[in-house]
Design a protein around this ligand. Structure first.
Ligand SMILES: [Zn+2]
Length: 407
């Protein structure tokens, strides 16, 4: 029997609409044992989503999907990653950026498995971070929502200069503006030595250079993170008005008081040196590097403790590189060691992370209108932070289930 083309067209439209309705992420309700929404607890509550957003928290419709074994928390924010840093990439140099974007998908996937649905990625070569961010935003790659910085600014150092190399105020202005023009959301400045097995913290950029970078970023509506292992670079980064200080150990009381007063975030990244020490052989570090790394960890933890007592705001950043993805949230354990309750530690990776990003009206909480970013955990993370680190069973990002280990 010949089919009327009009009827076939109408039918296909209905089928398409039906498929759209059934597609993951369109609409759904999920029942949890507990919901921690970023500030308070709901018992036996449902989270309903519509498209990429949360529609409501509370009442359960009869059609709700049963996740009542689990505690729901907001999708976590890792404020310091390097998703495109790979341990091995045996591709000829000219083709490397394309291979890096392809191979970094594994880091993105492992990050989602930790319940992290948003990252601030602070440094990448060849704008591979911008490519990943855009592919993920368009649904063409699976990974966390990314806020990226392009090249981090460095002073001249041994080896050939990178597009991030800048010496003097004029150079700094040019490189900051180039990163933003290329599509960076953030600016990253390496304000001291220290990286990998090298835990020296000698200041690199001067105060004037840091101030120029901060003002140039802010003038273009962007925020800026300054890396400093040591206290001098951190002090000048705070005075210059950076939005976050990465890593710093040994910050003095005056610097910590100034950070608290100016509401500058501290992202201590204590755990990344634990990862380096645990993996020194895989990373080809000499055995004596382990002692240096552990000594730095002790000073970093002590500084975090003092900063917490001084009222400095923290954001959780893993500084994950290479094979550390999947361990992104182990930093939370250090925050508890530094004196936080489990709930305070969770805030560093939810509401605080969202504030750091300027996204606190759409990220970091389970609230109507916010992005439907949810991690389901087996256990209660407010009683034991290890639950948040090791018991992630299900993750939703923008209304789409991206991890499901419930079966
Ligand atoms: Zn880093």
């Amino acid at each position: 029997m010949p089919t009327c083309p009009h009827v076939a067209y109408t039918l296909s439209r209905y089928i398409a609409l039906l498929l759209l309705y059934l597609a993951p992420g369109f609409a759904g309700s999920y029942r949890f044992r507990i919901v921690w929404d970023g500030s308070k607890l709901w018992k036996g509550a449902c989270i309903s989503t519509e498209g990429d957003r949360i529609r409501s928290v509370g009442e359960c419709p009869p059609t709700a999907i049963d996740l009542s074994r689990y505690t729901a928390i907001p999708g976590l924010i890792d404020a310091h990653t390097h998703l495109t840093y790979l341990l091995e990439n045996a591709v000829s140099a000219s083709a490397r950026p394309a291979a890096v974007v392809y191979l970094s998908q594994e880091n993105a996937r492992k990050t989602l498995e930790t319940g992290v649905t948003t990252v601030r990625n602070l440094g990448a070569a060849d704008y591979t971070d911008i490519a990943m961010r855009d592919l993920i935003d368009r649904g063409l790659m699976t990974g966390p929502r990314m806020f990226v910085s392009g090249y981090g600014l460095t002073i001249s150092r041994a080896g050939s200069p990178s597009p991030g190399t800048a010496d003097g105020v004029a150079d700094v202005l040019r490189v900051v503006r180039q990163q933003i023009a290329a599509g960076a959301d953030w600016v990253k400045v390496y304000g001291s030595t220290g990286s990998g097995r090298d835990v020296t913290g000698r200041q690199t950029f001067t105060f004037e250079e840091m101030k120029a970078a901060v003002d140039a970023a802010h003038a273009l509506g962007k925020r800026i993170a300054i890396h400093s292992y040591g206290p001098e670079g951190a002090r000048d980064a705070v005075r210059a008005g950076a939005d976050s200080i990465e890593h710093a150990a040994d910050m003095d009381d005056a610097t910590l008081a100034e950070m608290a007063r100016r509401r500058i975030f501290y992202v201590p990244t204590i755990d990344h040196n634990r990862y380096y020490a645990d993996n020194y052989m895989k990373l080809n570090y000499p055995p004596q590097a382990v002692g240096d790394l552990n000594a730095f960890i002790r000073r970093n933890l002590e500084t975090a403790h003092k900063a917490f007592l001084a009222g400095v705001r923290f954001a959780m950043g893993s500084d994950a590189v290479y094979t550390m993805f999947g361990e992104n949230t182990r930093e939370l354990e250090w925050f508890v060691k530094a004196g936080m309750t489990a709930e305070q530690a969770l805030r560093t990776a939810t509401t605080n992370g969202a504030q750091l990003l300027g996204m606190d009206r759409s990220l970091g909480a389970i609230r109507p209108g916010y992005f439907a970013d949810i991690a389901a955990l087996e256990g209660n993370p407010l009683e034991d932070i290890q639950v948040a680190i090791h018991k992630v069973r299900w993750v939703m990002k923008s209304g789409v289930v991206v991890v499901d280990k419930t079966k």
